[in-house]
Ligand binder design. Structure first.
Ligand code: S3P
Length: 428
């Protein structure tokens, strides 16, 4: 177990280049592998989760070359994947596991998918149920990995997602590329749309209206493309909040992806009084918008977060909770029960960490009530192997009165390997 020590900070200053987006990096490897010809990916996120996706596609017979954050994929086409010689291990990556299940369900071979102890605890029925309706076959049709997926001929279905989920939506879109007829997916609220944008970019026909997506069995292969991965907004979020709550801070985050389905935190923090300026850059080749974001220390006020924005900031609640401890008044977060089935039960793990540090926080079954501002005190706190909890508690440690020790931080490498280096570089 890797522990980190955080010291009280007097100000953050400087420019930060945010590493590539995790969701877009995964998708670029998946679609690039299924394309015909080469796909070149620039600014790929070299984190454990994304490297796991690369390893899995190599095991499925795809040639992939890696030079730092430049990736070249020699796509094998829709029907070119090969039965892997061993069990596929998605390690800590829920995105890899769930999206892959949609793909493997439609192949001409069987294989087994597993994960690390955290991923094995996370629910898989959200993909198993709709895929079974499409005709997918599983040897041990369980809610948890390891699961053996028996490749089968699939048929399109109409499916209403019980909860908005980009992972489930993407698994079904990929299965839909192989399924007879039409696959229709309805989402209760829009979740991140990187898959839809990338499908369109690769020329994969996909009809989309506000809450419904329709895909029809692909009759021909699509061709490889060049992809630029913008900086990950979910990684930027830690520094956004850090600069707002640490007095005397002024930072600029460079090349951050600002896809509208990802940036509800930005809207919430601005409503809380955050001094944030967004300088729109450009749309990249692959239809993803990018910006530089300037942040200055601000006096925040609490607010009630609307249920509707939950899917658009699903990964940002741990760091929002930290911001709320420093905001004047009450912050109420509801409708976020999905946090209970992330890399840890984030409702509980963030509650426990912040409470230990002296925050006024009440745990609910679907969120928190947080009263602020509170003076946090450095303590020994636990990340429970959850990367976003570890990074959020590290930011809380910057405003705590003495040193904070965060235990179990090694999984920060799943999404943001140079997090602590950047954090120390910008401290005054
Ligand atoms: C992701 C979707 C989200 C998010 C995860 C990455 C993706 O999960 O929490 O970190 O890349 O599709 P859900 O789709 O389960 O909400």
């Amino acid at each position: 177990m890797k522990n980190m020590q955080i010291f009280h900070c007097r100000g953050l200053n400087g420019d930060i280049v945010i590493p590539g987006d995790k969701s877009i990096s995964h998708r670029s490897v998946i679609l690039g592998s299924l394309a015909i010809g080469t796909t070149k990916i620039s600014n790929f996120l070299n984190s454990d989760d994304c490297l796991t996706t690369i390893e899995i596609f190599k095991a499925l017979g795809v040639r992939i070359e890696q030079k730092k954050n430049q990736i070249k994929i020699y796509g094998v086409g829709l029907h070119g994947l090969k039965k892997p010689p061993k069990i596929l291990n998605a390690k800590n990556s829920g995105t890899t596991a769930r999206i892959l299940m949609g793909l493997l369900a439609s192949q001409s071979f069987s294989c087994t998918l597993t994960g690390d102890h955290t991923l094995k605890r996370r629910p898989m029925d959200r993909v198993v149920i709709p895929l079974t309706q499409m005709g997918a076959a599983f040897k041990n049709k369980e809610n948890h990995l390891p699961i053996t997926i028996i490749g089968n001929n699939l048929t399109g279905i109409k499916y209403r997602l019980p909860i908005a989920s980009a992972q489930v939506k993407t698994a079904l879109l990929i299965a839909g590329m192989y399924a007879q007829g039409e696959t229709r997916i309805y989402e209760p609220e829009p979740s991140r749309d990187h898959s839809e944008r990338m499908f369109q970019y690769f020329g994969i026909p996909l009809k989309s209206s506000k809450k419904m997506l329709t895909i029809t069995k692909l009759k021909q292969n699509f061709r490889g493309k060049s992809i630029y991965v913008p900086g990950d907004f979910s990684s930027a979020a830690f520094f956004l909040v850090a600069a707002l709550i640490v007095p005397n801070s002024h930072i600029r985050l460079k090349n951050v992806g600002i896809n509208p389905t990802r940036i509800a935190l930005l809207e919430v923090l601005k409503k809380m009084g955050g001094n944030i300026n967004v300088f729109f850059h450009k749309y990249f080749l692959n239809n993803e918008p990018m910006a530089d974001i300037e942040i200055k220390s601000s006096e925040l006020k609490g607010l009630q977060v609307s249920n509707k924005v939950v899917p658009r900031m699903i990964d940002e609640f741990p760091i929002l909770a930290v911001a709320a401890t420093q905001a004047h008044g009450r912050t109420v977060i509801k409708g976020a029960q999905e946090l209970a089935v992330k890399e840890s039960n984030r409702l509980k793990t963030m509650f426990e960490g912040l409470k230990r540090m002296g925050a006024k926080i009440i745990l609910k079954s679907d969120g928190w009530i947080i009263d602020g501002p509170s003076t946090l005190k450095g303590q020994k706190v636990f990340a429970y192997g959850d990367h976003r909890v570890a990074m959020s508690l590290a930011i809380a440690g910057l405003v705590a009165s003495n040193n904070t020790i965060i235990c179990d931080t090694q999984n920060i490498d799943t999404s943001f390997p140079n997090f602590f280096k950047i954090l120390s570089d910008i401290q005054k």
